[in-house]
Design a protein around this ligand. Structure first.
Ligand SMILES: Nc1ncnc2c1ncn2[C@@H]1O[C@H](COP(=O)(O)OP(=O)(O)OP(=O)(O)O)[C@@H](O)[C@H]1O
Ligand SMILES: [Mg+2]
Length: 322
């Protein structure tokens, strides 16, 4: 059976214009996301991977309609997000939610757990007080909290528990699309596995597709069905997670995987570990953006644009030398 498409980006670019330093200077811009075309299917977990500053959050926030594309499109269930009127957009947005990296700053400290978790339902309206509190308690139980926790303030909880509250809040409307933007990286390592397992249990109970952003490649490999590897706003490798992690094609993906000792396959060729930081995405070169750090690059790479090429079914890489 064919998988149903939930969300698509088509040639999506998001640029942030910078202030001019002098009156006559040409305006520069940060090309945070450049020409990204991705498809996320209903019910799947899609991973977004790449170094800090490569555009993961910008891409995710644009798929949620928090940021407007500079060019290109975002389609949710086949309809363009930016072409909808305010009311239709509000309805659409209630079908999409986000879990933030830091639960403490994503929850209002003056709210009780009941207020925080039930707020999306209150805003949507059309529900009695009794139903509201019943649904809140049901959600709290699903995330491993108790009915007695409902009247306590969110600030009384630990980071891991606050993330459970944020998850209950995000899932109370049973969204079809949930962005998890580094959902455990601000938490103590001891609770990482608990929160990730909770997210996966809830996905199998409630359905919905996840866009899962993480620096933890082992977690991405374990949890994601499909992935996109981003480098300076461009997708360098894309497709089925198992295929990509088993046989990474792009030199950047290989280097990322080579940096995680437990992920290196026994017979995999030795790949040099990446040195230096990701370059600035302000006016990048026209060709491959990874060229300055790439062990395979030749003189033309930085000048020659390279689109994603098929490697095998549902596996693409943007390098002519793979
Ligand atoms: N509002 C903004 N104005 C100007 N530049 C921005 C803005 N938001 C993001 N950027 C820049 O866009 C690029 C991508 O940022 P983004 O936050 O999407 O990266 P990220 O991959 O999520 O990084 P991290 O892993 O650190 O969260 C960065 O160079 C960042 O400095
Ligand atoms: Mg980010």
């Amino acid at each position: 059976m064919d998988k149903e498409i939930l969300l698509q980006t088509k040639h999506l670019s998001v640029h942030f214009p910078l202030k001019k330093e002098t009156l006559f200077q040409k305006r520069k811009c940060v090309q945070a996301v450049s020409d990204v075309s991705l498809t996320i299917y209903k019910g799947e977990t899609f991973g977004l991977v790449g170094e800090s500053g490569c555009g993961k959050s910008t891409l995710a926030d644009t798929t949620l309609g928090f940021l407007r594309p500079t060019s290109g499109e975002v389609l949710f269930c086949g309809e363009r997000l930016d072409k909808r009127n305010k009311t239709a957009f509000k309805v659409q947005r209630s079908r999409m939610q986000k879990i933030f990296q830091d639960p403490a700053s994503s929850l209002n400290p003056r709210f009780t757990v009941q207020d925080a978790v039930s707020e999306p339902l209150r805003i949507r309206g059309g529900i009695s007080r009794a139903q509201l509190s019943e649904k809140t308690v049901e959600m709290l139980r699903l995330v491993g909290l108790s009915e007695a926790d409902a009247t306590r303030y969110v600030t009384e909880f630990s980071g891991g528990q606050q993330q459970r509250i944020a998850i209950a809040r995000a899932l109370i409307l049973k969204p079809e699309y949930l962005v998890c933007d580094e959902p455990v990286s601000a938490l103590d390592v001891s609770v990482h596995a608990q929160i990730l397992n909770l997210l996966m249990d809830l996905q199998s109970q409630l359905g919905g597709a996840y866009l899962f952003i993480s620096h933890n490649l082992a977690a991405v490999r374990k949890l994601c069905d499909r992935v996109a590897i981003l480098y300076m706003g461009k997708v360098v490798e894309y497709g089925n997670a198992e295929k990509i992690f088993a046989a990474p094609a792009h030199p950047y993906t290989r280097a990322l995987i080579a940096a995680v000792p437990e992920m290196r396959a026994g017979n995999a060729p030795q790949v040099p570990v990446l040195h230096g930081d990701i370059a600035s995405p302000i006016d990048p070169p026209p060709g491959c953006r990874f060229a300055p750090r790439c062990p395979m690059a030749n003189g033309t790479c930085a000048q020659t644009p390279c689109d994603l090429q098929p490697i095998e079914p549902d596996h693409f890489a943007a390098c002519p030398y793979v």
